[in-house]
Ligand binder design. Sequence first.
Ligand code: ZN
Length: 196
Amino acid sequence: MAKLYFRYGAMGCGKTMQLLQVAFNYEERGHQVCVIKPKTDTKNGDKLLTRIGPERETDFCFDKTVDLFEAVAKNYAGVACVLVDEAQFLTKDQADQLMMITIQLDIPVMAYGLRLNFRQEDGGFEGATRLLQIAHDIEEIKTICECGKKATCNCRFLNNKFVSKGPDVLIDDGTSKIEYRALCPACVEKYKREEN
Ligand SMILES: [Zn+2]
């Protein structure tokens, strides 16, 4: 039976790179895949970009009202795999619809995303929370903090300053520099003390 996979990791751990690698492996062997992502990630338009170069167009981007099961059943029922980038931005229902794709269409789904928002609080990413609850197979993609330890936290820096408060999605209007860095919990605590 097809499975729902959730691959999570902090910013810059190479999630999109892994997704593109999986797509390449399928296609190299003559299989079609369906690559999708939520529209919330506006900075790259419809494209998936990676820091180290490779990029690719999505098959479709979707907003929170789209039924992913219906969309895949209608137009992509013959694909070998569905690949979802930025899966933290799914709604709970959309995460459940990914599960239905594996059950009813027997197509494996691999979802890639952040586990937690930059405030390190629950409730920030409905899609990630739901995928952690229901996925058949959950694995962390690891990355390194600036101190050299394992990074697990996704942190926001505004004009090079650590910030622990604010909305989940900050729209880049060009007036300030918005950055996300993967940090270990010890460094997060250190930055939090300095923040106040
Ligand atoms: Zn650290």
